[in-house]
Design a protein. Structure first.
Lengths: 317, 558
């Protein structure tokens, strides 16, 4: 087990470096560059720009800049934002917590809906409930988050005035749980709608597959209660592929959060990525991309390990 | 009829607002207390005036950091931390213009109680010139050879050569920094001050939560030299929202009290919202067409079509700017006349180029472009076909392009629209920016002068500012105008501090620019800010940033 883990982590190294290299080359060649905002300001003269390029090290060739970045990164120094001159790690860290908070709630909501609905749909296949659930799931799946986000703002904020349109809490007010929840509802629900549709469909398929297995028929034949069959045999077996899918899709929630955070003014990592992309602030962008790449690799590993936990037949040696 | 009446009344109300330049209802009395929230769809890069380049950064840090001088709505300078404005007439400036003596206002305290002294001004200059600091611009500060401080309240600036916009230093663009807050160092790149500056202004930065807001609180040590008992509100919040649309939604629902920098096309939408008052006034910026005088492929050669002044003039005469203003801007903007539309250097006697398609057709025929059955003129088998470029994603601009293309078609010119993202359009030489490289025919853009038009006119129109491979693409004379008379007028205006003389030179420069027909003014841009009707006290100032007078703002109680 330990050997397997070490091997996987060693494999991840070159993949990560490859990803950072590709990301760096793309960022370094983006039109405009990190000094675009300075160029638009007429009080910044050509000599000022040249001085700034030198001071920020932007006058060096790309490969030198990349090697410097990589060297620092491996030593734990994520560099400084070109825009704010603050450590990129600090900027990402303070936003990361907010993103995790949003995603955790969204995922909780998603699973709370997807698991019972998906399982029940499978058991009552082709029932009215199944058709309704399928219809709604496809609707949720096909709604783009940016559109859904704007729609719920229009409805619950502009028209009904029930919930705030953006932010995490009322600025200047003392901490209150109710206030936090009010700000959380719309973004978390928007994120959840799309993934709930997906997971419902997935769990339904997984449960259906298990329901057709011989051991289920056997369990029923020997007179086991339907409820017990469902919990002991069907759900447990259907959970296997489902857990994999959820784990593999965790990083995708981060990417979905870019849009949702931007629409709902959520001070998370996704919005930081979006703002940094507009300013081509490459130390911050590199930090977030590398971090996301690590999250993807980590989620893959996690899925494999969970598989082993849930299925005693699978062992890593 | 009632609708018409309502529209007329709304229009009149707006005009009154625009003319008074204030959302203030006459007769209401200012009151203290409360929180005023402003929606901003950008987050500042830094609150250090010398490191930041974003406008929102300037708006926020101006609440905390003050400068020596600033500019009134009329365009006149006034002393902020300085007691008065030094000029040659009052003896503050030496006859050769190279020595400027400034008196600081006595008894001004930084927010922590430290007194403001001349040493702070000298420290500011030293910090700007520190090699380690990534200062956005050293323009003007480099010209200073020494900052002398004979006593606590006197500053003497010694310049190596005359610097005409000397009153913009230490204030209009930036500020005076507190020496004591930096703890003996002039290095400021990564200093905590950049996120939490300490100043002499009406508000203090209480917190800056990334991605969320900046919260400012009343500064108890504010010296309120202009009016007693300022600021009126206890707290000022700048709330970061992802887009203008979100900002608009939030002012509608009352989640914020103010939104800055709306666009003209949004005015009619806002007139329908109850509880919101608009502040509309002319800005110094104007929308214009820039015509490329050089060949698209090779800037050393003249443009095959646009190098002929008759063709350029025909384009100007064929565009009915009134239609753009009336149709797209709902008549709120004005047809622009010259590069300097407002301010001390502008000359109101300029008139817009007339709409005269007849004369345009005659000029084109004269230039050898003969009408063709397909509607587009030809010369020796070559079609009179040009492209126009502006930034993508701006509906107003795209509509304007379509109107212009339609109007040019009427005189036999084909205009195709080829828009690119702003980052591409304004890309530098190395990134092959089309303006820098001259790989465009006609560009549509907005630009305008600061309170001192010196750098604006130079950077856009002086022949030394034509981007080339040799100068690594310096400057923004992307029209590639080369005019000795124009260069001389711009240069001459930099050799005197006499505003009347400079005004005459800038008039000559404006005339020369319009005479090239390479710069076609379309319309003046407006500044549009929105306030909840309960948020009062704001005055318009085209020369200073939004919230320049936030100390006078107040919330009207129930």
């Amino acid at each position: 087990m330990r050997r397997y883990l070490v091997a996987r982590l060693v494999q991840a190294g070159p993949i990560l470096i490859g990803i950072t290299l590709a990301a760096f080359v793309v960022l370094a060649n983006m039109p405009g560059g990190p000094l675009a905002a300075y160029r638009a300001d007429p009080s910044v003269r050509a000599e000022d720009l040249q001085r700034l390029e030198r001071q920020l090290g932007l006058d060096r060739p790309i490969y030198v800049r990349y090697l410097i970045w990589l060297g620092n990164f491996l030593r734990g120094d994520w560099g400084y934002s070109i825009v704010t001159q603050r450590p990129a790690l600090d900027m990402i860290g303070e936003r990361f917590i907010n993103t995790v908070y949003l995603i955790a709630v969204a995922l909780g909501l998603t699973l709370a809906v997807a698991i019972p609905v998906g399982a029940y749909s499978a058991v009552r296949q082709y029932s009215l409930f199944d058709y309704t659930a399928t219809g709604l799931a496809f609707m949720g799946l096909s709604l783009p988050t940016f559109w859904l986000g704007l729609l719920v703002i229009l409805l619950f904020n502009v028209a009904l005035r029930w919930l705030p349109a953006g932010g995490m809490f009322t600025i200047g007010a003392p901490f209150s749980l109710v206030d936090r929840v009010r700000y959380l509802v719309l973004p978390a629900a928007t994120l959840a709608v799309v993934s709930a549709g997906f997971y419902t469909r997935y769990l339904r398929a997984a449960v259906l597959e298990v329901l057709g297995q011989d051991f289920v028929r056997t369990a029923r034949a020997k007179g086991m209660a339907a409820r017990r069959v469902m919990y002991r045999h069907v759900l447990k077996n259907a959970a296997l592929p489902f857990v994999t899918v959820v784990a593999l899709h965790l990083p995708e929630l981060f990417t979905g959060a870019v849009v949702v955070e931007t629409i709902f003014a959520w001070p998370g990592m996704g919005r930081l990525f979006w703002e940094s992309a507009l300013r081509i602030d490459y130390p911050v962008l590199m930090g977030i991309m590398t971090f996301t790449a690590m999250a993807v690799l980590g989620a893959n590993l996690l899925a494999d390990l969970l598989y082993g936990c849930l299925d005693p037949r699978i062992r890593y040696g | 009829m009632r609708k018409l009446l309502r529209l007329t009344l709304a229009g009149m109300a707006l005009m009154v607002v625009a003319m008074l330049g204030t959302g203030q209802v006459i007769g209401s009395t200012p009151q203290r207390g409360g929180t005023l929230r402003v929606a901003a769809w950008q987050e500042p890069d830094s609150l250090n005036p010398f490191l930041a380049v974003q406008l929102i950064s300037r708006i926020i840090r101006k609440q905390t950091l003050e400068g020596l001088f600033d500019v009134e709505p009329s365009g006149k300078f006034y002393g902020v931390l300085a007691t008065d404005v030094p000029t040659i007439q009052n003896g503050g400036v030496s006859a050769d213009g190279k020595t400027v003596r400034i008196r600081l206002r006595p008894n001004v305290k930084w927010q922590d109680g430290h007194p403001l002294t001349s040493a702070d001004v000298r420290f500011t200059w030293q910090a700007v010139m520190d090699q380690a600091n990534p200062v956005s611009s050293r323009a003007g500060y480099e010209t200073i050879t020494a900052v002398e401080i004979p006593d606590d309240l006197t500053v003497i600036l010694r310049f190596s050569k005359l610097y005409a916009p000397y009153l913009t230093l230490f204030g209009v663009r930036d500020a005076v920094l507190p020496r004591h807050a930096f703890g003996g160092t002039t290095e400021m790149a990564k200093h905590p001050f950049n996120r939490k500056p300490e100043g002499t202004g009406p508000f203090m930065v209480e917190e800056w939560v990334s991605g969320s807001h900046v919260l400012l609180k009343r500064n108890p040590n504010y010296s309120f030299y202009r009016q007693a008992e300022r600021p009126l509100v206890d707290q000022l919040v700048f709330k970061f929202v992802p887009s203008r649309e979100v900002a608009i939604a939030q002012i509608k629902t009352g989640e914020v009290e103010a939104v800055w920098n709306l666009i003209e096309a949004q005015i009619p939408e806002f007139e329908k919202i109850s509880g919101v008052t608009l502040q509309v006034f002319p800005s110094p910026n104007l929308e214009y067409l820039g015509l490329n005088l050089s060949d698209r492929g090779d800037p050393s050669k003249p443009h095959p079509i646009l190098s002929d002044a008759r063709v350029r003039q025909a384009i100007a005469l064929a565009i009915d700017k009134r239609v753009i203003v009336d149709k797209l801007l709902f008549g709120k903007a004005k047809v622009a006349t010259s590069p300097l539309t407002i301010g001390w250097a502008s000359d109101p006697s300029f008139t817009p180029s007339p709409y005269d398609p007849q004369r345009a057709r005659a000029l084109l025929s004269e230039a050898g472009w003969a009408p063709d059955p397909d509607g587009i003129r030809r010369k020796g088998g070559k079609r009179l076909s040009l492209s126009i470029m502006t930034t993508t994603g701006d509906k107003l601009r795209i509509s304007a392009e379509q109107i212009i293309a339609e109007q040019l078609k009427q005189v036999g010119i084909e205009l195709t629209i080829r828009n690119v993202p702003a980052s591409v359009m304004f890309g530098n030489w190395a990134a092959s920016g089309p303006l820098k490289r001259g790989s465009y025919d006609i560009a549509m853009d907005t630009w305008g002068p600061d309170v001192d038009p010196a750098s604006f006119l130079r950077i856009l129109f002086h022949s030394s500012q034509i981007p080339t491979a040799e100068n690594k693409g310096v400057g923004w004379n992307f029209f590639r105008i080369k005019s000795a008379a124009l260069d001389k007028a711009i240069d001459d205006a930099d050799t005197t501090l006499d505003l009347e003389k400079r005004k005459t030179m800038y008039r000559t420069a404006s005339q020369a620019i319009l005479g090239t027909w390479a710069y076609i003014p379309l319309y003046t841009r407006l500044y549009v800010h929105a306030f909840r009707t309960t948020a009062k006290g704001s005055k318009a100032n085209a020369w200073d940033t939004f919230a320049w007078d936030a100390e006078d703002w107040y919330i009207e109680g129930p």
